[in-house]
Each structure stands twice: as structure tokens, then as C-alpha cells.
Design a protein around this ligand. Structure first.
Ligand SMILES: C[S@@+](CC[C@H](N)C(=O)[O-])C[C@H]1O[C@@H](n2cnc3c(N)ncnc32)[C@H](O)[C@@H]1O
Length: 237
């Protein structure tokens, strides 16, 4: 796996410079990190691990994962993957992620960094993975521009994200939560983002999209509407 610092020196297109200006350089969410190291494994046992498996089925080549957290996707990478560069900006989560990287079935290198300023060269990955992270990045457009930059033409974006609800009632609840307590408690997470539309508006064509509810409870939680799918990086071929 290439060293992230060595690839950084070769990448300086306009999109990179713009997103560097907007990038948060310090993502510190110690309470959320503590919470996620407990909640993440619980959600996996409740069914999220099965969606992680579906997310990564068929992925191949050199892969980038942004906001990898404590590394809950790492056990699910298939052998068709040559190597994963995982980036994670939150220091405590990165420590857990580094431990998980050591046990992964394929080579995983974990480095500090944000999705808005990916420390890699243009067109240097075959595929990229986002799971439960485009809800939390502070600039979704900049993060998607960076994913577009570092994926090769025709490269694939694999996504599993919780998103804005399709029903007006839950949408109102999400909008209210997003402007009050939810992002504070949940490490900058927002429940109401239309991430599928954002993916399509930023240089990707969605090839496969499944909408699902997780957890599938009678009274839906604000973060239960999810999208799971694959998009192709357009342009530059
Ligand atoms: C809910 S956790 C999901 C972690 C992991 N992707 C997973 O599926 O278990 C959200 C993650 O997004 C990360 N994150 C927040 N802001 C970010 C940013 N600007 N760039 C990259 N990752 C970010 C957090 O540190 C955290 O690891």
C-alpha cells in the first residue's frame, strides 16, 4: 500500500486546493467516539453487519475508505481487494481502527485525514467506500468532489448511508433534530441529508440503489432511513 504522504505530494488540482480551504483540520468528538465503540458493535449484531457485507460484495482493486471509524467494515473486505487506504480524523476512533486494520483479511493502512482533503493522488483508486459518514462530514459537496478526484474514471463508489426520510412527518422531526441536539451528541451527524441526490450532483451515476430501514422498528428512529448502493465516477474517460 502506498504511503499517504508520498502520494500527497503529487496531487494538486483545483478541486483539491478548494476543498483544503474548507476542510476541518481537527475532528475531535471524544464523547461520540466513546459512544460509537459501544453502539457500532451493537448495531452490527442487530443486523448492520449483514448490510456491511452486502455493501462490500464484489468490490475490487485498490480501495479508499473515508471516515473508517473503529474499522467495523474491515472484516468484510473480500479477497478481490488488493489493499485499503482508510482515513479517519477522530484520534480515539483511529486507535480502534488501527487495531482492527491489523486483523483484516486484506491489507489495510489507516491514516489521519478528512474526506474534504484526501491525502492521495488523482485517479489513484479503483473504488471508494462511505458508510455512515456522509451524514457527518462538515462539507458533503467537498467530500464528494474529493472522492471524484481520487477515483479513476469509471471507478466505483460503494455507499451505505442513513438519509432524509421520504415521509413528511419524519422529515420534519429530522429537520428539527439537525438544528438542535442531534449533531452535538452524534459527532456532527445530520439525519436529513439527501445523500443520493448529492452523489448524483457531484460527478457520479448511481447504478444500484436500495432504500431500507434500519433498525426496522415500529416507531422509526430519525436515522433509520438508509440507502445502500453503487455509483460510477463519470467524466474523464
Ligand atoms: C457513525 S461513524 C461511522 C464509522 C464507520 N464508517 C462505520 O461505518 O462504522 C462516522 C465517522 O465519520 C467520521 N468523520 C466525521 N467527520 C469526518 C470528516 N470530515 N472526514 C472524514 N471522516 C469524518 C467520524 O470520525 C466517524 O468515524
Amino acid at each position: 500500500m502506498a504511503d499517504a504522504r508520498s502520494t500527497q505530494a503529487t496531487a494538486k488540482p483545483a478541486t483539491r486546493q478548494q476543498s483544503e480551504a474548507a476542510a476541518p483540520h481537527n475532528v475531535q468528538h471524544p464523547f461520540f467516539a466513546w459512544l460509537w465503540t459501544r453502539l457500532g458493535p451493537m448495531l452490527d449484531r442487530a443486523g448492520l453487519a449483514e448490510y456491511r457485507k452486502q455493501l462490500l460484495a464484489g468490490i475490487q482493486g485498490r480501495v479508499l475508505e473515508i471516515g473508517a471509524g473503529s474499522g467495523l467494515n474491515f472484516p468484510h473486505y473480500p479477497y478481490s481487494v488488493n489493499g485499503v487506504l482508510a482515513i479517519e480524523p477522530e484520534p480515539s476512533l483511529a486507535q480502534y481502527g488501527a487495531a482492527a486494520a491489523g486483523c483484516a483479511p486484506v491489507p489495510v493502512e489507516l491514516v489521519a485525514g478528512t474526506a474534504e482533503s484526501i491525502p492521495s493522488a488523482d485517479a489513484s483508486f479503483d473504488a471508494a467506500v462511505t458508510s455512515l459518514v456522509l451524514c457527518s462530514v462538515s462539507d458533503q459537496r467537498a467530500a464528494l468532489a474529493e472522492l471524484h478526484r481520487v477515483l479513476r474514471p469509471g471507478g466505483k463508489l460503494y455507499f451505505l448511508e442513513h438519509v432524509g426520510a421520504e415521509t413528511p412527518g419524519l422529515r420534519h422531526v429530522q429537520a428539527a433534530l439537525d438544528t438542535t441536539l442531534w449533531p452535538v451528541v452524534n459527532g456532527g451527524c445530520h439525519t436529513s441529508r439527501d445523500t443520493a441526490a448529492a452523489i448524483e450532483a457531484n460527478g457520479f451515476r448511481i447504478d444500484r440503489l436500495t432504500r431500507l430501514r434500519f433498525p426496522d422498528t415500529t416507531i422509526p428512529s430519525p436515522s433509520s432511513p438508509h440507502i445502500l448502493g453503487i455509483a460510477t465516477r463519470t467524466g474523464g474517460d
